[in-house]
Design a binder for this molecule. Sequence first.
Ligand code: PEP
Length: 252
Amino acid sequence: MRRPLVAGNWKMNKTVEQASLLMQEMLPGLKAVSGVERVVCPPFTSLPAFSLLLADSGVGLGAQNMHWEASGAFTGELAPQMVKEFCTYVIIGHSERRAYFAETDETVNKKVKAALALGLTPIVCVGETLGEYEAGQTSAVVNRQIGEGFKGIEAAVAPQIVVAYEPIWAIGTGKAATSDGANAVLRDTIRPAMSQLWGGAVAQAIRILYGGSVNAANASEYFHQSDIDGALVGGASLKAPDFTKIVESARP
Ligand code: PEP
């Protein structure tokens, strides 16, 4: 049985003060939910405050990115160990990082390996553009992202990975994928691609989230699907009642 996981990606929103207020507002509701792993990923600047705020709360803390090298001349970057000081999760290869910051399957691969080496849980984003979707290339794109992004990772550590299928055309657009359509990609493309790498049992054990315009009204549709194990939520994770409701609806 895969444990449901809902993660909120706050992106580049909220100062430390604003973020702390929002976290305090949502914390009682999130704490009260059982049976769902729930995670918030605020901007880097809020991680120290949040690691204190969330201690012993049952709510996990994640970063939105990190570098793969342990240290060095990489101005503006954070090393895995720096993330690990505060977090247990890290989002890797979000489509915004791929589109605006030149992340590739190769850099995703290095980051996933670095996260796994430190015991961080990587939430690895894959998904096709609108053009690729319309051209019927979803399977080919996602297969490549999985094959290249997870190249050289041992089956023994693979179950620690979380995959987030986020069709780019559904992110922040209000045009969510249908729950059947998203589930079909997970069931027919992502799990088989992982099965090729690590075998069927490992592929069945890995959690796969859906992301893309998930909100309080549509979330439960996704969680009723066979292969969707939770959600990566952007916009709706910035509203306390909505995010709490999404987490609640992931309860098994
Ligand atoms: C995201 O950025 O990961 C995301 C899914 O955003 P939204 O929920 O706003 O579409």
